[in-house]
Design a protein around this ligand. Structure first.
Ligand SMILES: NC(=O)c1ccc[n+]([C@@H]2O[C@H](COP(=O)([O-])OP(=O)(O)OC[C@H]3O[C@@H](n4cnc5c(N)ncnc54)[C@H](O)[C@@H]3O)[C@@H](O)[C@H]2O)c1
Length: 326
């Protein structure tokens, strides 16, 4: 019996496959490589190059590998792109997930661990944000994930398939062998590190007049290895019969854009010039998670909560893999 990991060639998926193997799980990966990397998939793992909307491939995987649990990472992840191309996002993040669930339900799958996001909350009404915070997604990406969470609720009540929807804040950092290589890269820490790598002359800071101590946005960065560990624990929780849950995954601490740049300068030993730009629409000033529920229900605690640990691990990976997975 294997765990199906969709999107296992991507950033968080590939690190989670690494953690699942270390925990003794059998794993199968399905990824269409639209954004992932074949080289990121552990060579011990059966890999199917295909689409979560392809019922035949999914049916074959479920039958061949006796799939009872799924970790569903596959999806599109860019907020600005979702604003420009909402239909593409709803089709992939909702439509193909619906197809996938209908095939897997018919094949007897019991549990889903789902990659949700802090974007389901929208503009925070208070911080730290707990799971009871109002859900008002401010973009198609966040709405597609919020719809998917509700789909999972209905699938639970109709078919008894239980889930843990993990609402990640900002995934960051790397393991010794796997790191962040989105195409194009839209996340702050890899963009900052592209400056000392000589790939860009400066990093843009969008907004320096936010009501934060240094005027730049504050975000909660969580190490990707800690995210992966939470998925291993969520699978066990569901296997032991735990009911469906929505759970935040964050560090509980916020770091500003300027703090990220300063920490990256310290770790790389190089000056990182910044260019101050206007605010972007829809960027809240502060996003910090309460992860009390993850601690209470999953027994999860972040092992790498320090900003320097996160940036050092990312820098090690980017320095040794300057072209990403090539
Ligand atoms: N990176 C973050 O900070 C963050 C924060 C919150 C939530 N998330 C969610 O976590 C998940 C993984 O994020 P990531 O940063 O690893 O992204 P990623 O782009 O690196 O990984 C997603 C993977 O899914 C694959 N994929 C996309 N659509 C597919 C489809 N229809 N069929 C098969 N494969 C498909 C891509 O090829 C890619 O390998 C996403 O669902 C994302 O929304 C990420």
């Amino acid at each position: 019996m294997s765990v199906l990991v969709t999107g296992g060639a991507g950033y968080i998926g590939s690190v989670t496959v690494e953690a699942l193997l270390a925990a003794g799980e059998d794993v199968v990966v399905l990824d269409d490589l639209s954004n992932g990397h074949r080289e990121a998939i552990d060579c011990r793992v059966p890999f199917y190059e295909g689409d979560t909307g392809d019922g035949e491939t999914l049916g074959n995987i479920a039958a061949t590998h006796g799939i009872k649990q799924v970790v569903h990472f596959a999806g599109f992840i860019s907020v600005p792109e979702s604003v420009r191309a909402p239909l593409r996002y709803f089709e992939n993040n909702m439509g193909k997930m619906t197809k996938m669930l209908s095939v897997l339900q018919a094949r007897g799958v019991r549990n889903v661990v789902f990659s949700s996001t802090a974007a389901v909350y929208g503009e925070p009404e208070y911080v730290p944000i707990d799971e009871a915070h109002p859900k008002k997604p401010a973009n198609p990406y966040g709405l597609s994930k919020y719809f998917a969470e509700q789909l999972l609720d209905w699938v639970d009540s109709a078919h008894g398939i239980t889930h843990v929807a993990l609402r990640y804040f900002n995934a960051s950092g790397a393991t010794a062998t796997r790191g962040e290589a989105h195409r194009p890269e839209g996340h702050l820490i890899p963009l900052v590190l592209q400056v000392p790598l000589g790939k860009r002359p400066h990093v843009d800071i969008y907004g320096v007049d936010y009501p934060t101590p240094d005027g730049t946005c504050v975000r909660d960065y969580i190490h990707v290895a800690d995210l992966a560990d939470a998925h291993v624990k969520a699978l066990r929780y569901l296997r032991e019969g735990g009911p469906s849950q929505k759970i935040n995954l964050g560090n509980g601490k916020g770091f500003s854009v300027r703090e990220i740049v300063a920490a990256a300068e310290k770790i790389t030993g190089l000056k990182i010039p910044v260019r101050e730009e206007a605010r972007r629409d829809g960027d809240p000033s502060v996003l910090i998670a309460s992860s009390e529920k993850a601690r209470a229900i999953l027994g999860w605690t972040p092992r790498y909560p320090g900003l320097e640990d996160i940036i050092r691990s990312a820098w090690e990976w980017h320095r040794t893999n300057p072209g990403g997975y090539i």
